[in-house]
Design a protein around this ligand. Structure first.
Ligand SMILES: NC(=O)c1ccc[n+]([C@@H]2O[C@H](COP(=O)([O-])OP(=O)(O)OC[C@H]3O[C@@H](n4cnc5c(N)ncnc54)[C@H](OP(=O)(O)O)[C@@H]3O)[C@@H](O)[C@H]2O)c1
Length: 313
């Protein structure tokens, strides 16, 4: 059971937790967190990006997802400048890909054990910390985007050996997995996995079996693209007629319906919706207060799932 039963229902700042509390890496975090990838788009307005992160903390977010390859260190630098120790924010990064400013996507796979280690060091430097709370090993086994070829096809056990060594050295606090298969997660369980980050939303539910294994194992489920992401070709929650209908009936936005559905779908769900827009941040945090009634949930549960196995390039 991952939902919080400790009574730790306020953030370090003393405010209520949007969506209530959940557990990640042995601590309580607000179930509505923040995915920082969209901040790349604010490259030209650093001040606005830092202000958005500060705003997230003020409204109760204490779980922020990032990567070195978000703007080639730009986003990590924003986090370093915006967040203070007293905010007590759990920063989660990922390894398995490196920045690639000349590629069709701004990243390329970097799956080899020595690349994982180098990427953790890059993250430590750009975040300005001695330890990263959680690091997700970003595989390329499922979901949208890249597939490994040649020397990038690395055995999971070899990667986990490096990740556990980094944890023993204190450079990372805990290990998560991303874009992983059910079989991969099963193999990795002995390493002690605290979260899984796969593409998943109300309209893309390929990984229901994985989610259920995470519930059983007390592992947080932190879906990426919870709204369908910003890339064309990935199904958007806000385009789904049943979502738009529920939003109209309840006086909410389609995005809020999509996020509220995820929170109610399983107790171990923690959200990291991405936005570069202050009003959207406010709306996403407010989704944590929405309780969908049984008929609405039943109608949303009926939505047919599409696949996320699409190219992003
Ligand atoms: N593990 C991985 O491989 C992986 C891959 C991708 C992403 N991630 C992480 O997951 C996080 C979430 O994914 P994501 O940001 O790609 O996709 P997302 O959260 O599904 O959607 C982001 C898109 O939705 C828009 N949006 C957000 N809130 C909205 C609202 N209230 N109303 C209307 N539009 C809204 C954003 O535009 P605006 O900016 O205009 O609001 C943006 O276009 C990322 O930020 C990143 O931290 C991880």
């Amino acid at each position: 059971m991952v939902s919080d039963t400790t009574g730790n229902d306020t953030t370090a700042g003393g405010g209520p937790r949007p969506g209530g509390g959940g557990t990640l890496a042995g601590r309580t975090v607000s179930r509505i967190g923040y995915g920082a990838m969209q901040l790349e788009r604010l490259h030209g307005d650093r001040k606005a990006a830092v202000a958005l992160l500060r705003r997230a903390v003020q409204v109760g977010v204490d779980h922020v997802d990032t990567a070195q390859f978000y703007g080639n260190g730009f986003v990590n630098g924003l986090i370093r400048d915006a967040l203070r120790p007293e905010d007590d924010v759990l920063v989660v990064s990922k390894v398995g890909a490196d920045p690639d400013s000349d590629g069709p996507l701004p990243l390329r796979l970097a799956q080899r054990p020595e690349e994982l280690r180098a990427s953790v060091e890059d993250n430590l430097r750009s975040l300005g910390v001695e330890r990263i709370g959680v690091v997700n090993l970003r595989r390329a086994d499922s979901g949208p985007g890249m597939r490994a070829e040649g020397d990038q096809m690395v055995d999971l056990d070899d990667q986990l050996a490096t990740m556990t060594a980094l944890r023993e050295e204190g450079k990372i606090g805990a290990i998560g997995l991303s874009s992983v298969t059910l079989e991969g997660l099963r193999r990795a369980l002995p390493a002690g996995i605290v979260c899984v980050q796969n593409a998943y939303s109300l309209v893309t539910r390929d990984d229901e079996d994985l989610l259920r294994l995470c519930v059983t194992e007390g592992i947080a489920w932190v879906p990426f693209f919870p709204l369908g992401g910003a890339f064309p070709g990935v199904p958007k929650v806000t385009d789904e007629p049943a979502v738009v209908a529920a939003a109209g009936t309840l006086g909410l936005t389609p995005s809020q319906i999509g996020l509220a559905w995820l929170l109610q779908h399983a107790p171990n769900v923690l959200l990291i919706p991405g936005t570069a827009n202050r009003e959207h941040l406010t709306a996403n945090v407010a989704a944590g207060s929405v309780t969908l009634d049984a008929p609405t949930l039943a109608a949303l549960d009926e939505v047919r799932s599409a696949s996320t196995d699409v190219s992003l390039g």
